[in-house]
Ligand binder design. Sequence first.
Ligand code: HH2
Length: 285
Amino acid sequence: MLWRCREREIDLGHRTLVMGVVNITPDSFSDGGRYATTGPALAHARQLLDEGADLLDLGGESTRPGSQPVPAEEQWRRIGPVVEALAGEGRALVSVDTSSAAVAERALLAGAHVVNDVTALGDPAMAAVVAAAGAGLVLMHMRGSPAEMQRDPRYADAAAEVAAFLAERLSAAASAGIARDRVALDPGIGFGKTVRHSLELLARLETLVALDRPVLVGVSRKSFIGQILDLPVDQRLEGSLAAAAVAVFLGARIVRAHDVAATVRAVRVAEALREARQPTQPTRA
Ligand code: HH2
């Protein structure tokens, strides 16, 4: 399976990518404020690359439950210098975590490769921006908006409803000129989901894998892990690795994570196990 992101063609047939999170924000749920300025953010990004990150997800707006939108100008003030430095170096595959077409456009102009849009083309101008640049695109499912998404979310069948939503967004993207092979799909763990919904989506990941596009999952340090283990955000590493490993075993091709070195190790093992499930090819006589 190929994922085309601008001039890069990434073969996800056997390999799983680890996407390292760089939150250049004062208020992200797990690391808000630690990398809020350019120097620490760049140092952290380089550290994640050294730890084995395949791509970096740079964000200037927290989408934690209860958060408010950050204006495009402010997002760009936060992430712009980091995007420019990393994309300019040409070492990293750069993703920008934004639902603003204006921010995406500036990031792509600076050389970013992927737009990670948690609103799945909610900004009416986004599709044209992504299509014009030939960028990779992550379409994520969210019920409602971050400000109110965790107020009593309900589904009759979470896995089926999320898959139907993403299939429709994939078609909308194609109609707007974004080829299927540029798109990855994400169930949006914790975005308008109870613990039960998040577990169901991960356990039934094959519903999304069946759409025949790379599936991305973001489980790192999330509250469903905290609720299962009754642990705060800084003690969720093992739970995050367990969830990431299961997701990869069930077919996820991209894992978004804060703890890159540990995640790379867990992913390599889960991926080897996934490969071992494939029927052995008969050897020729
Ligand atoms: N999760 C977060 C942010 N962006 N993007 C995708 N595609 N999938 C995710 O699961 C996802 C995401 C939330 O994590 P984080 O960036 O650490 O927190 P915050 O939104 O508070 O900055």
